[in-house]
Design a protein around this ligand. Structure first.
Ligand SMILES: [Zn+2]
Length: 137
C-alpha cells in the first residue's frame, strides 16, 4: 500500500479516509481549546458522512485510549533515559503533564483512527459525488 492511498496518511493529515482530500476536522490547530473538536459532518470532496450512526464515535474512545497508552509509555521511557535514578513521582508527574497537554491530539487521533478502521480509500467516491451533484444542478 502506497503512501498516496494509505490510512496512515489519512490519520496523520486529518483527511477523509475515502478520498484523502477533504478535511475531517474543521480547524488545523489542536491547541485552540474551543475549536479543536469541531468536525465536518460530510467530506467536502466526496460527500462521505463521518459519523455513520448515532454514537459511532463512542468506539473512538478505545482508539484514543491506545494512543494515550502509547504517549504514556513513550514519556516513561524518555523520563527513564533522561533521569535514570529518580523517584517514581517524577514519572507520574511527567506522564500526567504530557497526557493533559496532548489530550486534544489523542482525541483527534482516536477519532481519525476509528473512522479509518471502518472506511478505506475509494478513488471512485469523489467522481460519483461530483456526478451526483451535476445531476441536481
Ligand atoms: Zn472525502
Amino acid at each position: 500500500m502506497a503512501w498516496k492511498n494509505s490510512r496512515v496518511r489519512s490519520v496523520l493529515t486529518n483527511s477523509c479516509p475515502t478520498c484523502l482530500e477533504g478535511k475531517v476536522f474543521k480547524y488545523n490547530s489542536i491547541f485552540n481549546l474551543k475549536k479543536f473538536d469541531k468536525m465536518h459532518e460530510h467530506c467536502s470532496e466526496c460527500g462521505h458522512k463521518f459519523e455513520k450512526e448515532n454514537g459511532f464515535f463512542y468506539g473512538a474512545m478505545y482508539a484514543s485510549y491506545a494512543v494515550t497508552v502509547a504517549f504514556s509509555v513513550a514519556t516513561f521511557v524518555l523520563t527513564y533515559l533522561i533521569y535514570q535514578d529518580t523517584p517514581y513521582w517524577v514519572y507520574i508527574i511527567n506522564i500526567l503533564v504530557v497526557l493533559i497537554v496532548l489530550a486534544p491530539l489523542s482525541y483527534r487521533a482516536g477519532r481519525l483512527i476509528w473512522i479509518n478502521i471502518f472506511n478505506g480509500y475509494n478513488p471512485e467516491a469523489k467522481i460519483k459525488h461530483q456526478q451526483k451533484n451535476q445531476n441536481y444542478e
